[in-house]
Design a protein. Sequence first.
Lengths: 75, 75, 75, 75, 75, 75
Amino acid sequence: MALIPENTLITDTPEQGRELAIAMARKTIGAIQTDPNVRKELRPGYATNADSLTMAAHVVAVEFATIAAANNYWR
Amino acid sequence: MALIPENTLITDTPEQGRELAIAMARKTIGAIQTDPNVRKELRPGYATNADSLTMAAHVVAVEFATIAAANNYWR
Amino acid sequence: MALIPENTLITDTPEQGRELAIAMARKTIGAIQTDPNVRKELRPGYATNADSLTMAAHVVAVEFATIAAANNYWR
Amino acid sequence: MALIPENTLITDTPEQGRELAIAMARKTIGAIQTDPNVRKELRPGYATNADSLTMAAHVVAVEFATIAAANNYWR
Amino acid sequence: MALIPENTLITDTPEQGRELAIAMARKTIGAIQTDPNVRKELRPGYATNADSLTMAAHVVAVEFATIAAANNYWR
Amino acid sequence: MALIPENTLITDTPEQGRELAIAMARKTIGAIQTDPNVRKELRPGYATNADSLTMAAHVVAVEFATIAAANNYWR
């Protein structure tokens, strides 16, 4: 299973870097909970809980910080 | 859907960088919970809970750290 | 509403940087929960809960890390 | 017990860096809770709880940030 | 009230940097909950709760990261 | 009480850096809860709770990030 799509942190744009951050966070979850049915069952509860969403957004922010540094902030 | 408005981390001022941090955090939530009605329903509960607000402020702080570095801290 | 007082991360001293970190964290909360009365009502509960205080201190620490880097650590 | 497999942060690819991040996080847990049976018993509960999974993903993101910096982001 | 003792992040040794990290975290709490009696009352509950202690240790780790960078890691 | 064993962040290997990260996190806890009996009593509950273990692993990851930077990632 690929944890990092295309095996690189380099993206053309910040937007693509952000998409990569979300993908990387999701793939970590997939590496821990490998059963897609369980992941699907968890989704409704977590996507309707504000704190769960904030926690997920936090992880994306941390992943994105790494990706942004890797890309020299697309300056 | 745009995850990063204007597709850049570069802003003219710290204030604008801060606004971008808030926007980016919100857009991540929007990417996870795509139904605007659900997001609207979650808002009253979370905006009146001190810990939920602190958690949200934490995410903004992390996003802002990245944006500030991207802008060389607007020195 | 100003999210960053004086629109700069640069301060004369670490102490002032710390005050800015606290102010920035508070202003994020103010941007999410715009009603000052609600914020005031939340305060007693959160200021008498050890974990809530620790969570708030965490956010200040993250904001301060950015401000300290912006100021080259006031070396 | 080895906390860092092969005792290096350097990897050939981002994907391998990501695997190392997951391994390092797991080995920390193993260093704190040294009984493998207890760890095994904890797994079902935590792998079926969305917030627990998000917390775990957060730790992986932090470990990966360090590994990515160590590898100059595999640029 | 001084948020940063001696108004500097520079210390002679890592040990002193660590003490500063703890002091800074505590002073943030003191800035939010200004009543020393309330802080004293909160202490027994929080100092006997493992997760509360871990949360506090997390804040110290974040403060220390900033202090260590400020001191070029005392290399 | 020593918060940082040997008063340095410099280690010979990543593995030793990791051990230092765990030691530093533990010593912070010891600085906050100074009674070793209380710490011992807390251990069973926290070492058999997945989220508590994840929180502890998070702190170790943050400490390690600082130590790794101090050692130029042992490159």
